[in-house]
Write a protein that binds this ligand. Structure first.
Ligand code: HEC
Ligand code: HEC
Length: 205
């Protein structure tokens, strides 16, 4: 025998309510990867950032050897949408601070493998080296290769990634520290956008 439509409606709504509350409960308590090793978590990054963080580029930055402090800072900023991103903002929202710390420890232990095969204009790169020494070396020491500075990699990083970051700093979509912004302004006043181009040629040499 067929059910009365009324009964059918009640049953159906009850089912919906039940399934929704089950869903709500699941949503309220996202599972963290408790017990997952740093390596297990970091493996989920390898598809894009390469094995051990040695990214094949060109728009995906190299992470191997990066300081844990800087990596965690970036992940928190991506999660909070403080930094514009294509992928990382969405991805970072799925992890906790503790997991960021484990990722940080993992990548800090890996070797920095500089990008290879990048084209670079030698003349511009020479100029870029001078500009770097004058305006950037103070905080990005050893040409921006020292993890200890907690400020990301410059020399050996993928050009296309760095270029995007410089554009974002310029448009203020990514906020540079006051001191860095001041140096950048000084540099741009003297060298113009050709200065930025020269820096990129230097970092990718
Ligand atoms: C689907 C590809 C993809 C995956 C997976 C991915 N990333 Fe990224 N990552 C990117 C891209 C692209 C950028 C540049 C920012 C953007 O556009 O999202 C980036 C940027 C970053 C940066 C900034 C680096 C710097 O020099 O400031 C960090 C740190 C980072 N990713 C860490 C991770 C970690 C840790 C994981 C694994 C949990 C991960 N990423 C997984 C694509 C990816
Ligand atoms: C007063 C210190 C300081 C100076 C000077 C400075 N920076 Fe930075 N820079 C930082 C810090 C700290 C970060 C890390 C991100 C942040 O805190 O905003 C950074 C981040 C960056 C990044 C992003 C790296 C990444 O992996 O995403 C680039 C690119 C960069 N700086 C380029 C430059 C250039 C080019 C100059 C010189 C014209 C310069 N900086 C001068 C402190 C400085």
């Amino acid at each position: 025998m067929k059910k009365f439509p009324f009964e059918a409606i009640v049953t159906a709504s009850l089912l919906i309510v039940l399934s929704q509350s089950a869903f709500a409960e699941k949503k309220a308590k996202p599972k963290t990867m408790s017990g997952a090793s740093a390596t297990m978590i970091a493996n989920t990054c390898a598809g894009c950032h390469g094995t051990y963080g040695a990214s094949n580029g060109p728009s995906i930055p190299i992470l191997g050897g990066m300081s844990a402090v800087y990596l965690v800072e970036m992940m928190e900023a991506f999660k909070a949408d403080d930094i514009p991103s294509t992928i990382m903002g969405r991805l970072a929202k799925g992890y906790t601070t503790e997991e960021f710390e484990r990722m940080g420890e993992y990548f800090a232990k890996q070797k920095f493998v500089a990008a290879t095969g990048q084209k670079s204009d030698i003349k511009k790169a020479k100029k870029g080296a001078k500009i770097h020494d004058k305006y950037c070396e103070k905080c990005h020491s050893e040409q921006g290769t020292l993890a200890y500075d907690d400020s990301g990699f410059l020399k050996g990083q993928w050009k296309s990634y760095l270029s995007a970051q410089l554009k974002d700093f310029h448009s203020k979509d990514r906020q540079a520290s006051k001191k860095m912004a001041k140096k950048m302004k000084k540099m741009l006043k003297k060298e113009g956008s050709a200065g930025l181009e020269a820096l990129l040629e230097f970092y990718s040499k």
